[in-house]
Design a protein around this ligand. Sequence first.
Ligand code: SAM
Length: 258
Amino acid sequence: THFGFETISEAQKEARVGAVFSSVASSYDTMNDLMSLGVHRLWKDYFVRSLNPGSRTDDKGWKILDVAGGTGDIAFRMLDHATNVNLDLNTKVTIADINPDMLAEGQKRALETPYGKSGRLSFMQGNAESMPSIPSDSIDLYTVAFGIRNFTNKDAALREAFRVLKPGGVFACMEFSHVNSSIFNAVYKRWSFAAIPLIGQLVAGDRDSYQYLVESIERFPTQEEFKAMIQDAGFITSGDGYEKLTGGIASIHRGIKP
Ligand code: SAM
């Protein structure tokens, strides 16, 4: 591959992923809009709506951990939904991310939302594979959106998600995935391999980072493989265990800690 990921150590991979996200942090939103033609906003809206945060009837609210929460896209939507749909002012979200530049971008952005100084939002720098500061059995909902494919050890991250969730707690992951239809796939592959690195070059002045992002999508397990990984970590999945969005360009996987 472009970065020769097969031949480098885990530490080197982590450093490169770090460099990619430091480089894209400030242009992150514009690039998401361009690369997905705006569709990532609809996916994120749907993801949050489907989880219905704050819907439980007791008045304690939910404790949500949004891992790889970067610039706050999921966390702000969670709090909006809890507040406006479920009239719940107690739900709290912790954003955890390994990258200080992405966190700084999220903190800056949080000040433009009603949650910046509400005490309902907190930020934590950390690696999803090991979050010792988060107690076991303490979280109602663990989310990770477009993050897990960047993790060096995905199984370790899934085990850590399992540990921090309360029994009955929900793991929910939205990630780029695989398209089944061969015609649609041909169009999509053309778009991602040709257009996305080019847009990265023109808009963000950074072709390599976007080349990496495209390659990391290609390497990510299929929907069925990823579902099996979630089950191996101890989660129960219901129905198919996942939902495809836009023909499989992205998928949502959910699991419950028994
Ligand atoms: N969740 C946000 C969204 O949907 O827009 C941000 C997704 S962004 C593509 C991926 C994020 O994963 C980056 O902010 C990156 O720093 C973070 N990340 C990568 N490896 C990580 C790890 N091992 N632990 C925690 N976060 C990680």
